[in-house]
Design a protein around this ligand. Structure first.
Ligand code: 2NE
Length: 275
């Protein structure tokens, strides 16, 4: 794949090719741990991928083969969150803006594949849980560390994980803070497939290409439908928005718009009252 790089980022890399956007956390010296700036940049890149109508699938990964992401950067963790170098941080206030990224991945109406080589751990593990699919290299290691390092994720990191692997397993993962191999993760339904490290990108791209052959609207609706159950009112709101979008695309809705502009009575009687 001939990736085309774009955007001005310090902590991430944004690339596109053949209808695929690849977003890479680029802090390998810290096992791709994130700081507030990393997350602002990721949010910007995911927005770019959402807005680009040529992009149908997003691959989310980490630089190098040691880690996808090791969660929040513990070296810049303050007493109330992660301290960056923005104006808020200068007031001594920390951030937990990874939560905004989790929501963004869930809401993004295109499939997001997490491509994991090495560690997906702590807040990095939660990010993979939030992605639609995970393709793991055979050297991948999965796990939560929160209760070991003085943290936890009681949102998607807990209940979406429980929905993915079951309640007992989710408790084990959080209470014991063990690490699991790629094969163990596959057996518990935490990842979709495991491939040799050297084939990781090729296999992930193949999964992306397979989805790109499918109807974009159908994929959008299925993602929304699956998330609706677990996202409650917010999931319903997104799904309802998609229903409005589809309605706008109908002749019936367009007749309402045209009639308003032409200052005439809308001719809705020509549309069937569907059973
Ligand atoms: C990932 C793991 C198990 C890897 O161990 P190992 O032995 O293979 O590598 P090492 O030497 O620990 O790590 C390599 C370098 O990366 C840094 C390390 O400190 C080391 O650099 P030096 O100190 O030698 O210069 N590094 C790795 N992870 C880092 C991190 N998260 N922050 C800053 N530097 C990091 C092992 O490295 C590990 O256990 N890492 C910590 C994982 C962790 O606990 N993450 C935070 C969980 S809490 C969280 O993410 C979170 C949340 O729960 C809720 C909201 C928001 C965030």
């Amino acid at each position: 794949v001939e990736w085309q790089r774009s955007g001005e980022y310090a902590d991430i890399i944004y690339e596109t090719a053949e209808g695929i956007a690849k977003i890479t956390i680029n802090r390998p010296e810290r096992h791709n741990a994130f700081r507030p700036q990393t997350l602002f940049e990721l949010q910007d890149a995911f927005n770019a991928a959402r807005d680009d109508s040529r992009v149908g699938v997003i691959i989310f990964t980490g630089a190098g083969d040691k880690a996808f992401c090791s969660g929040g950067d513990q070296k810049i963790r303050g007493d109330d969150g992660y301290i960056g170098d923005d104006a808020v941080a200068r007031q001594g206030i920390g951030r937990l803006n990874v939560l905004d990224l989790q929501v963004q991945i869930r809401r993004l109406p295109k499939p997001v594949i997490c491509m994991v080589a090495g560690y997906a751990i702590g807040g990095g593990h939660v990010l993979h849980v939030c992605c639609d699919l995970t393709v793991a290299a055979d050297n991948a290691r999965f796990g939560q560390t929160g209760p070991k390092v003085g943290s936890f994720d009681g949102g998607y990191g807990s209940w979406l994980l429980a929905q993915t692997v079951g309640l007992k397993k989710a408790r084990e993962i959080w209470y014991l803070c063990r690490q699991y191999s790629a094969e163990e993760a596959r057996e518990m339904g935490l990842v979709n497939t495991v491939v040799p490290l050297e084939r990781l990108e090729d296999e992930t791209v193949a999964w992306a290409r397979e989805m790109l052959e499918k109807s974009p609207l159908a994929l959008r609706m299925v993602k929304g439908a699956i998330n609706t159950v677990s996202d409650g009112a917010a999931g319903m709101q997104q799904f309802a928005g998609d229903a409005t979008m589809l309605y706008y695309m109908s002749e019936e809705a367009q007749e309402g718009r045209e009639a308003f502009k032409e200052k005439r009575r809308p001719e809705f009687e020509r549309f069937p009252r569907r059973p």
